[in-house]
Design a protein around this ligand. Structure first.
Ligand code: SF4
Length: 366
């Protein structure tokens, strides 16, 4: 597959770059060759739509204009800037990698493939994107969009979510890249996948590669790319409560420093294992964790949160109160009573932000 004729390569390069020059969308990270900014944008864009990323990117760069600023920031501030974008391990890895760049690479983004891959959160896609876009290196950057375009263009029916196929596709993409415009070519392939060669109903009549595309010739676009079926996601039932003390402060707890949603804050609660009712489970969890007796009251909200390998089915109680006694927490724990208006200072995962929004909506109605 990598021994393509020079004419075919030239046709693909010329057609795609001409289209990209005319049709590419304006994006803040496309106005720069700054490797730090390109790296941040590439990490944010993983599993997230461009329209969602733009305001986050602008806020993040304003808060941390350089890799040194990011390295020096407390993790809580980095997570707060990432709040709502999901997949928080991306933010933690970005932060750790920034520290490593400052400590080991004199604060400069490494220009060597292996050095870049040694940083947390950077795989072959991100390394290829940063090195080609910021430094013009002739390296492929193969994301899901590129896999789809290539599998259709070259009629590749191997499953694209298998590592071996991805490696072959990277080799194929690598031999298509023109030396003079490596970064633009990589971005053009991604842009074509995002705008024209879309998963459903690709617009082949508008495609600059229509004449070179085997799937278009055979009219089998809809059956490509092929993906191997993944195991269904595991479902966990979770229960959380908005708990007030006698002063009207609200209880929040920090998640463990490792694992899912590490170090983010949440309303207290946990997994709902048994066959008991949700409010009983919440009462037992709070009693066990904080030695507090609570009255579970108020509305019950049902929410769903989808992670990469897991789905949380969440039940949240909006108004719980501490029963009798004084609501004192043991010292040294990771929970605290805070004023409702101070919740904005803590990074919460999306599902808990939704609880906050729902409670605030109800407060406004009262
Ligand atoms: S011709 Fe159609 S299937 Fe082929 S690359 Fe273009 S949009 Fe995709």
């Amino acid at each position: 597959m990598t021994n393509l004729s020079d004419k075919l390569k030239k046709d693909i390069q010329y057609g795609l770059l001409k289209w990209f020059d005319e049709e590419k969308r304006e994006m803040p990270w496309r106005e720069t060759r700054n490797p730090y900014k390109i790296w941040v944008s590439e990490i944010m864009l993983q599993q997230t739509q461009i329209i969602t990323v733009i305001p986050y990117f602008e806020r993040f760069i304003e808060a941390f204009p350089t890799v040194q600023d990011l390295a020096a920031a407390p993790e809580e501030k980095v997570l707060k800037c990432w709040e709502g974008l999901g997949y928080y391990s991306r933010a933690r890895n970005l932060h750790r990698a920034a520290k490593q760049i400052v400590a080991e690479f004199d604060g400069r983004m490494p220009q060597d493939w292996d050095d870049l891959l040694s940083l947390p959160g950077i795989g072959s896609y991100t390394a290829g994107a940063v090195l080609s876009i910021a430094f013009g290196q002739v390296l492929p950057a193969v994301d899901g969009n590129v896999l789809r375009v290539l599998s259709r263009m070259f009629l590749i029916s191997k499953p694209i979510n298998v590592a071996k196929t991805k490696k072959e596709m990277e080799a194929l993409a690598g031999c298509l890249i023109p030396i003079a415009r490596a970064g633009d070519f990589n971005q053009a392939l991604m842009e074509l996948g995002a705008l024209i060669c879309t998963p459903k109903s690709p617009q082949c009549f508008r495609c600059p590669l229509q004449k070179c595309c085997c799937a278009n010739q055979e009219q089998c676009q809809a059956s490509l790319p092929v993906k191997e079926k993944k195991a269904p996601k595991r479902e966990l039932k979770m229960v959380f409560g908005v708990i007030y003390n006698e002063k009207g402060d609200v209880l929040i707890e920090q998640r463990p420093s490792k694992g899912l949603l590490a170090n983010l804050w949440q309303f207290p609660g946990g997994e709902w294992h048994s066959g008991s009712e949700a409010h009983e489970v919440l009462r037992d969890i709070i009693k066990e964790k904080y030695q507090l007796d609570i009255i579970v009251d108020g509305d019950q909200i049902a929410l769903k949160h989808i992670f990469t390998h897991l789905v949380w089915k969440v039940t949240a109680f909006t108004t719980c109160s501490v029963q009798g006694g004084c609501a004192v927490l043991s010292k040294g724990g990771t929970a605290r009573w805070v004023k409702w208006q101070d919740l904005k200072d803590y990074p919460f995962p999306k599902v808990h932000q939704t609880i906050i929004m729902k409670v605030e909506g109800r407060k406004d109605d009262q």
